[in-house]
Design a protein around this ligand. Structure first.
Ligand SMILES: CC(C)(COP(=O)(O)OP(=O)(O)OC[C@H]1O[C@@H](n2cnc3c(N)ncnc32)[C@H](O)[C@@H]1OP(=O)(O)O)[C@@H](O)C(=O)NCCC(=O)NCCSC(=O)CC(=O)O
Length: 527
């Protein structure tokens, strides 16, 4: 029973009304019951308000529509009309910059979305778009509120439409903090970043019971749509953590590297690492032998400010790394082949992962640095039948379409179509560099010799000796490190130890880059 469950009394004096307001507010903030809060904590989850407190700067939260209640009837809803209607909405600041937020309160109808709940979210999304500030959703809801039927479903439609309208305009971050089923899983997929917490958050279109009924498969909630599944297998989530506190702290970190909207640049930090810091260690990190693996993450660590960067989709498609870091305080997006996983080939998942990242960087004015060490696209029936052509095209399209500053550096090998796709000069990179160990070619020397000298090798008295001679000839003709530089296809061959300085000075020059694309409604990118 709330104050407003009874007809408001006779007007008393102003002080009486103010006291009444404070009482109502206290009820709204407290939520349904102490028991419900305990149940939430017992599941290892924080309440919506506790989460908002972790996300925003202290005392910065300003709530909107705290006193909203649903007007639905039937199924006993008339008697159950809690304030907030199960979602807390408002704005505050993160490191002093405005951020809009909505947080499902699982204690109210399992955080399920009804009509009033949905229109609160619509309002806060409209406010975020109008203000040009990021939107963070803290999701812990059971999907459409079943008692409200189609009104609830339509509420989701309004969210999806706004997610799409806001796409590429303001950063949208979805933080999954509970079981998010059905409608609750679609909106995050439309946003820029999805965060999850192991054990306590799940995302699925239909839960294990429906899966069992339809396909006969038996699986747990986590097995179906837990954080590890989405971070490693499906690629639905970009970041997965063990607890809510770490997860929300990382959301703050990510926000610190994003602009408020597409009309701003990402915030520049105080430079804390010397521009001309040499990286002699890179010569030991990257073996000259193109077949030997190494950890590209260590190269990134060496060239960014203070070795600090945030890897996106760290555990999905590990053969490519996508990361946000700073160079001389300026935020950059780094795309790099990872020779340590699948030799760094481009396959379906790697192409999708990098394409989305490049697109995100371009939308939010983040310059892109591409580090190449790529043997090519992954051959195979699975890949061809899985549509590697159209998935690879997504990456090509994303790079070709990107107007932010783009710099690429070839560390070692760069073969074939994969070389062209990974931001070569010919698809519009602003500056391309290579280390003296580069091998830019249509394919590896052995493969090339086998194709173009097949007849000579087959007819030779000693085919193996002939093959070795032809490989050598191909290498000396076409695969020496200066072949591309002589033709102007790389702008310079650089000393690896000077990589950081060269990249930073190039980024500084490109800061004022301006590029226009022909006028059009929008492109038709491969899907
Ligand atoms: C989300 C859950 C896994 C959480 O399980 P838990 O054991 O933690 O909690 P619980 O089941 O006790 O639920 C907590 C309270 O929320 C209520 N509750 C749960 N789901 C609800 C829903 N969708 N609508 C209205 N109320 C709901 C419960 O009745 C309960 O109320 P009380 O506290 O009063 O007892 C489960 O509740 C569940 O599977 N719910 C149904 C999810 C679903 O099918 N959603 C899709 C809807 S269709 C959709 O979204 C559109 C689409 O098809 O895509």
């Amino acid at each position: 029973m709330t104050v407003l469950d009874e007809a408001p009394g006779e007007p008393t004096d102003a002080r009486g009304r103010v006291a009444e307001l404070h009482e109502i507010r206290a009820q709204a903030v407290a939520g349904p019951s102490e028991k419900a809060t305990k149940a939430q904590h017992a599941k290892g989850k924080l309440t919506a308000r506790e989460r908002i407190e972790l996300l925003l700067d202290p005392d910065s939260f300003r709530e909107v529509e705290q006193l909203r209640r649903h007007r639905a009837t039937g199924f006993g809803l008339e008697a159950k009309k809690p304030y907030t209607d199960g979602v807390i909405t408002g704005w505050g600041t993160v490191e002093g910059r405005t951020v809009f937020v909505y947080a499902h309160d699982f204690r109210v109808f399992g955080g399920a979305l009804g009509e009033a709940h949905a229109t609160k979210i619509h309002k806060i999304m409209d406010m975020a778009i109008a203000a040009g500030a990021p939107l963070v959703s803290l999701n812990d809801g059971a999907g459409a509120r079943i008692q409200e039927g189609v009104s609830a479903l339509a509420g989701y439609g309004g969210i999806f439409q706004r997610n799409t309208k806001a796409s590429g305009v303001i950063p949208q971050i979805s933080v999954m903090l509970g079981p998010c089923a059905g409608g609750a899983a679609y909106s995050p997929a439309l946003t820029d970043f999805v965060f999850m917490v192991r054990e306590t958050s799940q995302m699925f279109i239909t839960g294990p019971d429906v899966v069992k009924a339809v396909t006969g498969e038996e699986i747990t909630q986590n097995g179906l749509g837990g954080a590890d599944v989405h971070a490693e297998t499906s690629g639905v989530c970009h970041f997965a953590y063990d607890d809510e506190e770490t997860c929300i702290a990382e959301v703050r970190y990510l926000l610190s590297m994003l602009p408020q909207n597409n009309r701003e640049n990402p915030p520049r930090a105080e430079a804390t690492d010397a521009v001309d810091r040499r990286s002699d260690v890179l010569l030991d990190l990257v073996p000259a032998d193109g077949n030997r693996p190494y950890d590209m993450a260590k190269v990134i660590e060496e060239i960014v400010d203070d070795g600090d960067y945030l890897e996106v989709h760290e555990r999905w498609a590990r053969n490519i790394i996508c990361a946000l870091g700073r160079m001389d305080g300026q935020v950059v997006g780094i795309v790099a082949n990872q020779p340590q996983a699948l030799a760094g080939v481009l396959d379906i998942e790697a192409s999708e992962k990098a394409a989305r990242f490049v697109q995100m960087c371009d939308a939010f004015n983040i310059p892109i640095v591409t580090l190449l060490d790529v043997p090519g696209f992954l051959p195979g029936v699975d890949q061809e039948h899985g549509g590697i052509i159209r998935h690879g095209a997504k990456l090509l399209y994303a790079y070709c379409n990107a107007t932010v500053p783009r710099i690429s550096l070839i560390l070692r090998k760069a073969y074939g179509g994969a070389y062209i796709v990974m931001d070569s000069q010919s698809i519009g990179a602003d500056l391309t560099y290579a280390w003296p160990t580069n091998e830019i070619a249509v394919m590896g020397a052995e493969g090339a010799a086998n194709v173009i000298f097949r007849r000579q090798i087959a007819e030779a008295e000693d085919p193996e000796a002939m093959r070795a001679r032809m490989v050598k000839e191909y290498k000396s003709e076409l695969m020496h490190p200066y072949y591309a530089a002589e033709r102007g296809l790389v702008d310079d061959v650089i000393d690896p130890a000077e990589t950081r300085e060269v990249l930073i000075k190039s980024l500084a020059m490109l800061q004022t880059k301006h590029a226009d694309l022909p006028s059009r409604k929008h492109g038709n990118p491969p899907q």
